[in-house]
Write a protein of this length. Structure first.
Length: 362
């Protein structure tokens, strides 16, 4: 799959510049986001996963290696990657991470379904190296909510069998590449902190496993702090709709979700019969979004809806209170820090007293 798409890039872009520079020739962008991925995904799935994390924001300078680098001969590609140095920490990926850090951006880690049976994303040395460098440089790391499971990151054998030293730049069993030799040479040399001198690989392995909290549990879609916005939420919902029975928990805390995104969520809830927990804390949902979600409560299997730290106001609280008259599944409704006023609080108190179900916390 990857080879086919690179072949197309090679055929269409032959002037010594990569796709990214060609498209942004009149207005080159500084890199403020780096995508860390491997080569087994389809183009469609990969680009959809990228768009989920960027909300289709064309102001972001995103580094995707096969689009940013000129796909010329192996010598030309290697020269771009290494920048003429045998120390991989002096190559282009290190420079990209420095730019991301300086611009306050993240490195986004995107695995894919195809690597689950071949050791997961972290069977690939480049991916191990990139996340290690990001941690060393204090670059914020975002794991893609769809592919941050233990299966996607560590394969069928799981993280207990993960061994950084056994990772490869290509598929397991493939011939050792020049990139792999350079990375291994750098890890074995003086380029890393002295604390690595007696356990370089162990140090890197521990870094990744200590952050295994990145991995999400089965049946859970965790997109906390991904800043998805409307476009990202809409695409994420499309992914979930492909296999709705797969997810019972959706965490969208801190994602710049406004009324329009909340309305898209409400529409998706009408047809969903498996989701039981929805976390929408610390977003920008107003009265309109709350009204849409309230209407959806007539049709959902949600047992917990957490909306603290939004701005639903009195009108939104009254709409949710009205929905509680008929809803019998919700056991918790979090509405703290929402400026619901006396009117909103009275409406919630009244319906809970009437139904005997004290579910709202404000």
């Amino acid at each position: 799959r990857y080879q086919r798409r690179v072949h197309g890039v090679k055929n269409d872009y032959r002037d010594g510049r990569g796709v990214a520079l060609t498209f942004n020739d009149d207005d080159p962008k500084e890199v403020s986001m780096m995508i860390s991925h491997c080569w087994d995904e389809t183009m469609r799935a990969f680009l959809r996963d990228v768009l989920i994390m960027t909300d289709d924001d064309d102001t972001i300078g995103i580094f995707i290696c096969f689009l940013a680098l000129y796909q010329g001969t192996s010598t030309e590609v290697n020269l771009q990657v290494t920048q003429g140095s045998t120390n991989i920490k002096e190559g282009c990926f290190a420079e990209v991470l420095h730019s991301v850090k300086n611009n306050g951006g993240p490195m986004v880690v995107i695995s894919n379904d195809a690597v689950c049976d071949t050791g997961g994303l972290y069977s690939r040395l480049w991916c191990v190296w990139e996340v290690h460098c990001a941690m060393e440089d204090d670059v914020r790391i975002l794991m893609h909510p769809r592919t941050s499971t233990e299966l996607h990151l560590f394969g069928t054998r799981g993280k207990t069998h993960f061994n950084a030293k056994n990772t490869r730049c290509g598929k397991p069993g493939s011939k050792r590449t020049a990139d792999e030799k350079n990375i291994r040479r750098t890890i074995g040399g003086p380029a890393l902190p002295c604390c690595l001198s007696s356990g370089k690989w162990t140090y890197i392995q521990k870094q990744i496993l200590d952050r295994s909290g990145w991995t999400t549990m089965p049946n859970r879609m965790d997109a906390m702090s991904c800043r998805l916005g409307y476009g990202g939420v809409k695409l994420l919902l499309e992914v979930m709709a492909e296999d709705p029975s797969k997810y019972v928990t959706l965490n969208l805390r801190w994602n710049c979700i406004d009324d329009r995104a909340a309305e898209a969520l409400a529409a998706a809830l009408h047809d969903n019969t498996t989701l039981t927990y929805l976390d929408l804390r610390s977003n920008a949902i107003g009265e309109g979004g709350a009204e849409a979600l309230a209407a959806a409560l007539h049709h959902t299997t949600l047992t917990r809806l957490v909306m603290d730290d939004n701005k639903i106001g009195e009108g939104g609280a009254k709409a949710l209170a009205a929905a509680l008259h008929d809803n019998t599944t919700l056991t918790y409704l979090g509405l703290g820090s929402n400026a619901i006023g006396e009117g909103g609080a009275e409406a919630l108190d009244a319906v809970m007293a009437e139904t005997g179900r004290w579910v709202a916390d404000y």
